[in-house]
Design a binder for this molecule. Structure first.
Ligand code: PMP
Length: 356
């Protein structure tokens, strides 16, 4: 607290990211990072970017990266916005596209940064409960207050549940809520979800947000992007150019371009993570765990006879870090990032000892 703070800062409740502790031999399954390294081509491109050109500012538009994203998705660069991690992209989305008279809508269980942005930008919001199986009900959003809302945002697959929403449900929502911007945060979609990017040409109110942090193993580089109608992108550019002209540095642009271009490596790593997830699920079910269907690089699991917080603490003693949220409805779940097969096996062994 300080009397020098603004009123807004006094009222903020900042986001709390997962721990990044320095513990030797730690098995870190708490922040949904990819256990495999970035594409070797991306690493080489970044190394090649480290030269005297760093004295020059980077391209303020991030044009080469927009082109690489557009090429990957079969779109035009005018449909692409790039930023310093998808968190920054989302921050601009809240300010540029979701701040309206009527309240913004999002699920009661969702990415916990959304209410934080609302606090920062003074955006009114309502949360709509997921159903008993933690699925999003499109009809609730269309029916809420006779269809009056200031926008809709949700992750797909959802975080921290991992549960995917089928593409036909998303299309029903985007079509039914044509007066609002619908933002689908697809941070984890490459691990088995159906991307709504295929819909952007047909729906001018749809914005899809992606990150290179998860499926492209570049959480440390901070690169994210949004895809949507050029008018939505222009709104984001207006905010970005009122905030930071150069959010992506030269190294990030070089690495991002090369990572988007290396399709073979992307395919290979995401398939390995998906296979490891299925393997882990099959190993934990016989131990009595209940696991929500996941299309992400993590699972959301609970044990009917063991307290989740106690399990997380016991795993930590064994140098295995998973994420536990002390929040209504989900405080008996553990969110477990998919690691390498060796890491998943160590986790399985530890859990076997703890629950049997
Ligand atoms: N959206 C969701 C649903 C997430 O879980 C995360 C990761 N915390 C992000 C966006 C942000 O990822 P990044 O800023 O690394 O792109």
């Amino acid at each position: 607290m300080s009397r020098y703070w603004s009123t807004t800062v006094h009222r903020l409740t900042p986001y709390v990211p997962g721990e990044q502790p320095r513990i030797d031999g730690l098995i870190k399954l708490n922040t949904n990072e990819n256990p495999y390294p970035p594409s070797p081509l991306a690493l080489a491109a970044m190394q090649a970017a480290l030269d005297e050109r760093l004295r020059l500012y980077p391209d303020p538009e991030g044009a080469p990266l927009k082109q690489a994203v557009a090429d990957f998705h079969g779109l035009t660069p005018r449909q692409v916005f790039v930023g310093n991690g998808s968190d920054e992209v989302l921050a601009h989305v809240f300010q540029a596209l979701l701040k309206h008279e009527a309240p913004l809508l999002f699920p009661d269980i969702t990415y916990s940064f959304y209410p934080v942005y609302c606090g920062l930008y003074g955006i009114e919001y309502r949360t709509l409960p997921l159903d008993a199986d933690f699925a999003l009900r499109v009809e609730d959003y269309l029916a809420h207050d006779g269809g009056r809302n200031g926008g809709i945002i949700f992750p797909n697959p959802n975080a921290p549940t991992g549960r995917p929403l089928p593409l036909d449900a998303i299309e029903r929502l985007v079509r039914g809520a044509s007066g609002s911007v619908v933002v689908v945060d697809e941070a984890y979609v490459d691990f088995g979800g159906e991307s709504a990017v295929t819909l952007v040409d047909r729906y001018p109110n749809l914005l899809v947000v992606h990150t290179l942090s998860k499926s492209r193993s570049l959480a440390g580089l901070r690169v994210g992007f949004a895809i949507g109608h050029p008018d939505l992108i222009e709104g984001l550019e207006r905010v970005k150019n009122s905030f930071n002209s150069y959010p992506l540095d030269r190294v990030a642009l070089a690495g991002g371009v090369a990572a988007m271009a290396d399709r073979a490596y992307f395919e290979q790593t995401r398939q390995v993570v998906i296979a490891s997830r299925e393997h882990l699920v099959q190993a934990l079910l016989p131990l009595g765990f209940e696991i929500l269907p996941s299309a992400a690089n993590f699972i959301f699991a609970r044990h009917p006879h063991h307290d989740a917080q106690a399990l997380a603490a016991a795993l930590r003693e064994r140098r295995i870090l998973v994420r536990h949220f002390r929040l209504p409805r989900i405080d008996q779940f553990l969110r477990i990032t998919i690691g390498t097969d060796a890491q998943c096996e160590a986790l399985q062994e530890a859990l076997r000892e703890l629950v049997t």
